[in-house]
Design a protein around this ligand. Structure first.
Ligand code: ZN
Length: 317
């Protein structure tokens, strides 16, 4: 399994795009024995002073469940901390820490970043800039498994009930965690259009993408926010299709630099609010300033991408 994962990685950019299903989520014996657990220790924030971040701007409701919890497990490398009620099993703390510690590197490598890069580039307002904080949250169902906000990742608190494809779901939500940290500076809400955030997370997690010839079935770029989105579940595959078009034409690194430039636009304080179609001004300004191109190498403004999406997709395969 390790070899197939590695060979898949080496062909990243080809295999991921053509539906390679090998992701970090395939080690199903992961919870089987002590040997798979990360090393670490339990602490109490009342002793260490390392309280769960209570910055409301960086936490969604799910992760805010840990604000009053003082018990946490910290990995021996001091990179991951998992907070939660002492009512949850020690094993759940440990496997959650292991999942976070393993998969964040996976996610960052798909953004062409190291952990060190991430620490340097993430929001300066993150409470613990050189750590990944997780919360065992009763507000997350075992089916949902996980949800991300800038300050912490929320995780369902009973590991024995986690779904079979938990690895892929963790990877997806860690992608959202990375996006939020890399694209926000001071904003208290996401600055990324829904289609971009979900499309990128799906590509990073190796989830299904709509076939290019099906592009007429949906208008992904019209879904700038959740309130604009329809209910069709297949829309996520179209978000991934739209994101992948941009990524193929411009390269993965350009997508990471775009996140960084959105954060810069936020930091300047000059691009507050949304444009009329719902996208944040920071995102649109960054997109246009990146000198992104279409599949023919011609300059692609955000307005043209949105207006000519189907023409571009039609001509690209
Ligand atoms: Zn998502």
């Amino acid at each position: 399994m390790v070899d197939s994962v590695r060979s898949c990685w080496l062909m990243l950019g080809i295999l991921v795009l053509s539906g390679c299903k090998v992701t970090a989520g395939t080690e199903d014996d992961y919870y089987g024995g002590d040997g798979h657990y990360v090393h670490g220790h339990f602490y109490d924030a009342r002793d260490t002073g390392a309280y769960f971040p209570d910055t409301a701007w960086g936490l969604k409701r799910d992760a805010a469940a840990c604000i009053d919890e003082t018990l946490y497990f910290e990995t021996a490398n001091e990179r991951v901390r998992v907070y939660g009620s002492p009512a949850y099993s020690e094993t759940t703390f440990r496997v959650t820490a292991a999942e976070m510690d393993n998969r964040i590197d996976h996610v960052l490598s798909k953004l062409r970043m190291s952990w060190h890069d991430f620490v340097a580039e993430r929001s300066a307002h993150a409470s613990y800039p050189d750590q990944l904080i997780a919360c065992l949250s009763p507000r997350v169902s075992s089916t949902e498994l996980s949800s991300a906000s800038l300050a912490a990742v929320a995780v369902a608190p009973y590991h024995s009930a986690w779904p079979y494809d938990s690895g892929k779901i963790f990877t997806h939500h860690l992608a959202h965690y990375a996006q939020e940290n890399l694209s926000r500076s001071v904003a208290d809400h996401t600055l990324l259009p829904l289609w971009f955030a979900e499309g990128q997370a799906r590509i990073i997690a190796g989830e299904p993408v709509a076939a290019p010839y099906q592009h007429y079935d949906y208008d992904p770029l019209w879904d700038a926010t959740a309130s604009q989105a329809g209910t069709a579940s297949y829309r996520y595959e179209h978000y991934a299709l739209a994101y992948r078009y941009l990524k193929r034409a411009n390269g993965t690194l350009a997508m990471t630099l775009l996140l960084d430039l959105v954060q810069y636009m936020d930091w300047t304080g000059d691009y507050v609010g949304q444009i009329v179609t719902g996208e944040s001004l920071a995102f649109v300004e960054a997109f246009n300033a990146m000198d992104l191109v279409d599949h023919r190498g011609q300059y692609l403004s955000f307005a043209r991408f949105r207006a000519d999406y189907h023409e571009l997709l039609e001509a690209s395969y």
